[in-house]
Write a protein that binds this ligand. Structure first.
Ligand SMILES: [Zn+2]
Length: 417
C-alpha cells in the first residue's frame, strides 16, 4: 500500500467495492452508486465510514454475523471473536494478515530455525493464532505459550532455548521478574535475541529496561482486532513500516477529514481488499498515526508510521494535532510527574492559541524554573508545539487525567466558531 494511493491501489479498491456490493447486503444498501466511483476522491466523497459500533449493532440486530456478511457459512475457514463482541468469520482462502506479519518478522532479522515463543492469547481472539501461523511461515519453530502461567512459560522458554519473544511488553517484563524469582538470570539463562512487541505501548523507558534485562533487540509492532496487523519496525527503529498489503489505508486529518501528507498526523481509515467473509469498507477503528517524512535507510520503501493514540482525546493546538499519549511518553522518564493537563485558550486579540501544560507533581524539584524549562523542551521536541509549563500538586488535577484514558487531560477554552 502506498500513501497517497497509487493507480494500482485505486484499481484494487474499485474491484473490491464492486465485489462487496454484490455479496454484502449491508454495503449493497450503503453503496448504491458504486459504478460512479472511479478515483480515490470519488471514493472518499461518496463512501461513508464504518465504525466499530456499526458492526456491533448490526450483528446484534441480525445475529449471528449481521448483514456485513458476504459469504455462506460453508466457505468459512475459521471463526474469531473480538471484544464487542464481534464475530469475525474468515474464508478458508483469506490469509488473515499472516503475510503482513511474516514481512514484519523478516524485517526484524528473524531467521528460519529461530524458536519463537508466542505469548498472545490463543483463546477466542485472533492474535495468538495469527502470530503463530506467521512465525511458522517464516520458518521458525513455534512455541504456543499463550497468556499467564509465567513460571511454566519461563521454564519452557529455557528448555526450548527460545530465541524470539512475541507478545506484550508487560508480559515480557513479567517473565523477567519471574525468571529472577526462580533464581535465574534472564540474560544468561534465557536465549531471547529478538522481541516482537505488540498490543501495548512500548515506551522508551520500558524498551530500555527490557533490552537491558534480556539482552534482546525489541521491535514495536501494531495492528487492530478487525483489520489485522498493520505495521512493524525495521532494524533502524525509527517508526513502523506499513506492511499491510491487503488493506487500502487512508490517513485523514481528524478535524477536516482531508488526507494528510508525510510529516502530518492522521486517523487511519482502512478498507479490506479482495473477497472476505466479512468485508469492511472505510473502517475507522479510531487510531491516529504520525506519518514520518523521507525514506528509511533500511531501503524498504513502505511508508513509516508512529502510533499517536486514540482519536477521541486528540486536539489541534496552534495548527498541530496533539495527543495526550505523546505528552505522556515525553514525560514518562521525568521523576515525580503523576499526571498532567493541557489547557488551550485563544486569548482575545491574539493571533495564536496559547497552551498551558499543568504538570501534577508528587514531589517538587529543588529548582522549579529549570525543571519547568526541561519539561517544556522535552514536550516541544515530542509534539512540536510550545507550551507554557505550570507546576502544580498532583492532587490539583483530576484523577481522570491519568493514563491510559486521558479523559480529563484536554481543557479547551477556545471559542468554537
Ligand atoms: Zn526501515
Amino acid at each position: 500500500m502506498h500513501w497517497p494511493p497509487g493507480t494500482d491501489d485505486v484499481t484494487r479498491l474499485v474491484e473490491t467495492l464492486r465485489w462487496v456490493v454484490v455479496h454484502s447486503p449491508y454495503y449493497r444498501r450503503l453503496l448504491a452508486d458504486v459504478a460512479d466511483i472511479r478515483t480515490y476522491d470519488d471514493f472518499r466523497r461518496q463512501v461513508p465510514r464504518t465504525a466499530k459500533t456499526d458492526l456491533v449493532e448490526n450483528q446484534r440486530a441480525h445475529p449471528p454475523f449481521g448483514e456485513f456478511l458476504a459469504a455462506p457459512r460453508a466457505q468459512f475457514g475459521s471463526l474469531h471473536t473480538s471484544p464487542g463482541p464481534i464475530l469475525i468469520p474468515r474464508l478458508a482462502s483469506e490469509r488473515g494478515g499472516t503475510p503482513v506479519l511474516a514481512a514484519s518478522i523478516r524485517a526484524m532479522g528473524v531467521r528460519p530455525g529461530d524458536v519463537a515463543h508466542v505469548t498472545l492469547s490463543y483463546h477466542i481472539m485472533p492474535g495468538g493464532l495469527r502470530l503463530h501461523r506467521a512465525f511458522e511461515e517464516a520458518g521458525c519453530l513455534v512455541l504456543n505459550g499463550g497468556t499467564g502461567n509465567s513460571r511454566l512459560q519461563v521454564e519452557l522458554a529455557r528448555a526450548w532455548e527460545a530465541t524470539i519473544y512475541a507478545g506484550t511488553p508487560s508480559f515480557l517484563a513479567n517473565l523477567g521478574d519471574t525468571a529472577r524469582e526462580l533464581g535465574l538470570d534472564p540474560r544468561r539463562d534465557l536465549s531471547y535475541r529478538v522481541g516482537f512487541s505488540t498490543a501495548e505501548a512500548l515506551t522508551p523507558a520500558l524498551r530500555r529496561d527490557l533490552e537491558d534485562t534480556f539482552g534482546i533487540e525489541l521491535f514495536d509492532h501494531c495492528g487492530e482486532a478487525q483489520i489485522g496487523p498493520l505495521a512493524g519496525e525495521c532494524r533502524m527503529h525509527d517508526g513502523m513500516h506499513l506492511h499491510a498489503a491487503d488493506l487500502f489505508c487512508e490517513f485523514l486529518d481528524p478535524e477536516t477529514g482531508e488526507p494528510v501528507a508525510a510529516g502530518g498526523t492522521g486517523e487511519l481509515v482502512a478498507t479490506q481488499l479482495g473477497p472476505r467473509a466479512l468485508p469492511l469498507v472505510r473502517y475507522a477503528p479510531g487510531d491516529v498515526f504520525r506519518l514520518l517524512p523521507g525514506a528509511c535507510p533500511c531501503g524498504d520503501p513502505a511508508p513509516r508510521v508512529v502510533f499517536v493514540g486514540q482519536v477521541g482525546a486528540i486536539r489541534k493546538i496552534k495548527g498541530v494535532l496533539v495527543h495526550p499519549a505523546q505528552v505522556h511518553r515525553a514525560l514518562s522518564e521525568t521523576p515525580g510527574v503523576a499526571r498532567f493537563q493541557i489547557v488551550v485558550d485563544h486569548p482575545e486579540g491574539e493571533r495564536y492559541d496559547r497552551a498551558v501544560l499543568r504538570v501534577g507533581l508528587t514531589s517538587f524539584p529543588d529548582d522549579p524554573v529549570a525543571f519547568a524549562r526541561a519539561v517544556a523542551d522535552r514536550v516541544k521536541a515530542a509534539v512540536l508545539v510550545g507550551m507554557d509549563v505550570e507546576l502544580v500538586g498532583a492532587d490539583d488535577l483530576p484523577e481522570g487525567a491519568a493514563a491510559p484514558r486521558f479523559a480529563d487531560v484536554m481543557v479547551d477554552r477556545r471559542r468554537k466558531a
